[in-house]
Design a protein around this ligand. Structure first.
Ligand code: ADP
Length: 448
């Protein structure tokens, strides 16, 4: 605008104001002129050459003569575009946060220390508390955590301190009526001082119930299957012996064909029972002194007999005994060895390497089979997990063996790891401490 334009027309500036802001501007001005009151309002001004609008704060105060009459107006226009932009971003982010808080799917709360200072309706509904309880400071996540989840919760707090966030984990909350709610929680640090965290809570009861039903089913199925199978096994043996006695050898041989599959089913059912015991926390150990060399000899001898397709090479010796459960350790090595053979159908040898240090014995079982892709190496120790590789589909199994193996090794305070190269083979390494007795757990039925 030129000065002449402004001087000739009081409203000349209107053409530079955004059409939506014009009326407001006129009203403010008119009010100021009518009353002599200072004014202040926000409008969008157009840059004459580029046509781009920016937000301005327009302020005006009257200048008066000695008689108090208004003789002029003094005004300022301050560019507040950046401030407006920040306000808009803040408004949008507040809107998003509000939308999330109002979500009726996830429970959300904000805490300072142990105290929950804000929570959405979903969280209150989940736990049975009211907004009044919240305002009165009666919501404290530490007090809502049952004692058996305290250790896991403190672990999560350590993760928060180290990484500013908590990866989802399962726990329970004590609700207002004393009942327990299984949940999945995760959190993000909002500010460190004072400590403020936003926690997201998902109701996990449906999944937990399904898990429980699955565990109950496995438990029931393994017991229900065992009884008829035992009858089949005993009757088959009995009839076979009778047939042999009556020199009906052909029929006896035909019947003996049933024994292999029956044994296989027996093994599967035994594994199912074992899984069900682990999941119920009822895996029992009978502790005794175990000569590992002798045990491994026994395992390799039996495997050589049952799997003549492969040569088993044993290198080194342990020359140490440890306190362990002989039958369960046998289960560990039989399983690793039979897997090594099962998953290397085209190879002819599997190897066992033994070594001892002052604190531990190490047993490595290696094969020259198809190997395990990197992304599946942790999962193979999970229950019912089987590699998805097509070439393995033809190999029978239910994915329970390594889960049981890992649990037994853990029960002996040992470790199990796997190294593998796809197409070349795998090595499973078990390390068992030689020193110190396993803890006298409630499930230790006999300790030497
Ligand atoms: P299962 O053999 O009954 O499937 P496991 O728990 O013993 O169950 O093994 C889980 C999965 O790990 C197997 O399905 C297989 O994909 C993989 N696996 C285990 N041992 C080996 C091995 N020696 N070589 C390659 N893959 C293996």
């Amino acid at each position: 605008m030129t000065l002449a334009q402004i001087q000739s027309d009081r409203w000349a500036h209107l053409q530079f104001i955004h059409p939506d802001d014009r009326e407001g501007n006129i009203a403010h001005w008119q009010h100021a002129l009518d009353t002599g009151a200072p004014f202040e309002h926000e409008v969008r001004f157009k840059q004459g050459q580029t046509g781009v609008y920016r937000w301005f704060l327009v302020r005006g105060v009257p200048g008066r003569n000695e008689a108090g009459q208004i003789v002029k107006w003094v005004g300022t226009c301050t560019d507040i575009e950046e401030q407006k932009r920040i306000e808009e971003v803040l408004r949008q982010s507040q809107q998003r946060a509000d939308a999330l808080m109002k979500s009726n799917i996830v429970g959300i709360f904000v805490d300072e220390g142990d105290q929950i200072t804000d929570a959405n309706d979903t969280f209150l509904r989940m736990t049975g508390y009211t907004r009044d309880d919240l305002r009165a400071g009666r919501l404290n996540w530490l007090q809502m955590t049952p004692p058996e989840y305290l250790a896991r919760t403190f672990e999560a707090q350590q993760e928060l301190a180290a990484r500013q966030s908590i990866t989802p984990y399962e726990k329970e909350y004590l609700c207002q009526d004393g009942s327990r709610l299984p949940v999945l929680v995760c959190g993000v640090l909002l500010q460190p001082h004072p400590l403020q965290v936003i926690t997201i809570v998902l109701d996990n009861s449906a999944r937990k119930e399904l898990d429980q039903r699955k565990d109950d089913f496995i438990n029931m199925a393994s017991h229900e299957l065992r009884t008829p199978l035992t009858v089949v096994k005993l009757q088959t043996q009995l009839v076979r012996k009778r047939l042999e006695k009556h020199a009906q050898h052909e029929a006896a041989t035909a019947l003996s064909q049933v024994e292999g599959p029956v044994k296989q089913m027996e093994r599967l059912i035994a594994d199912l029972l074992e899984v069900s015991r682990i999941q119920a926390g009822r895996l029992e150990y009978v502790w005794e002194r175990v000569d590992l060399d002798e045990l491994l000899r026994e395992v390799t001898d039996t495997t050589r007999y049952t799997s003549p397709s492969h040569t088993i090479l044993v290198r080194g010796s342990v020359q140490a005994s440890l306190i362990g459960d002989r039958d369960r350790l046998r289960q560990v090595f039989t399983n690793l060895l039979s897997n090594a053979i099962k998953y290397s159908p085209d190879a002819t040898t599997v190897e066992i390497d033994l070594s001892t240090s002052e604190e531990a014995v190490t047993i490595r079982v290696s094969d020259h089979g198809q190997g395990i892709p990197r992304e599946q190496r942790d999962k193979i120790f999970e229950c019912f997990y089987r590699a998805t590789d097509l070439s393995q589909r033809t190999i029978l199994g239910l994915g329970m063996g390594l889960y049981i193996v890992a649990e037994i090794v853990k029960g002996h305070r040992g470790t199990i790891t796997v190294d593998s190269e796809v197409g070349k083979g795998s090595t499973f390494t078990v390390t068992l401490p030689t020193r110190g007795m396993p803890e006298r757990g409630k499930d230790a039925t006999h300790v030497l």
